[in-house]
Design a protein around this ligand. Sequence first.
Ligand SMILES: *[C@@H]1O[C@H](CO)[C@@H](O)[C@H](O)[C@H]1NC(C)=O
Length: 259
Amino acid sequence: MKGYIATVSLALAVGVAADRTFTVYNGCPFTIWPAIFTGAGTSMPDYATGWEAAEYTSVSFSVPDDWTAGRIWGRRDCNFSISNPATQCADGGCNGGLECDTDGGTGIPPATLAEFTLGQNGDPDYYDVSLVDGYNLPVAITNTVGCGVADCPVDLGPDCPAALIGPYDSSGFPVGCKSACEADLDGDPTNSPNCCTGDYDTAATCPSSGVEYYSYFKDNCPNSYCYAYDESSGTALWECASDLAADYTITFCPSSSEV
Ligand SMILES: *[C@@H]1O[C@H](CO)[C@@H](O)[C@H](O)[C@H]1NC(C)=O
């Protein structure tokens, strides 16, 4: 008994890692293929890096509370019999096929990303729904402890500006809306006010007013992260005290009538 108590005390003293539970729910009225990518040098969620999700189904898995540089997104209209990863899915596809490579298996834009950096040692959790790499599905991040909701609940495909719209599915429906950076509207991605690169690579030199079609994304999805320096909007990057140990739910098509 004495040994048991000693073990518990030690565990409390060093703040033993507590896992979080993440749930990924497909609220879309069609199959999607969710994917997970973990940045280098951080431990990984206890789940496949990609799977097929039928409409209105969910999966839950545990995520280490030191998960940083993590992202979850959805892929549309996939066929993994196609050998070229660039064309396996209409958008969001990755190197690796159904399960994305743990090294370099990020999603092909346009893709709406749910991004996470879980906090350690008193730092908060940070999370956002990013449209920096464009849009391909409505996404919401909710949590169990009353922290803010990051979301882009609107289907940005049909009304996407002509310069950004697409790709399209086999029926001709737009399943994506590219960012101005990805669409290469200003012709030089290495020195671009749309990409915040070159002469425009700081928050001061890359205001949202210089990003073409920023307002299309931000007006429709104010609680999402709409360009590289969108933090100044105050509704792009979300925080949650890590000692609350939030569990998170990522919902695709949070209001499915929209898609
Ligand atoms: C998937 O791709 C393979 C290889 O190109 C093709 O033969 C097959 O018809 C495709 N399946 C569907 C359902 O489109």
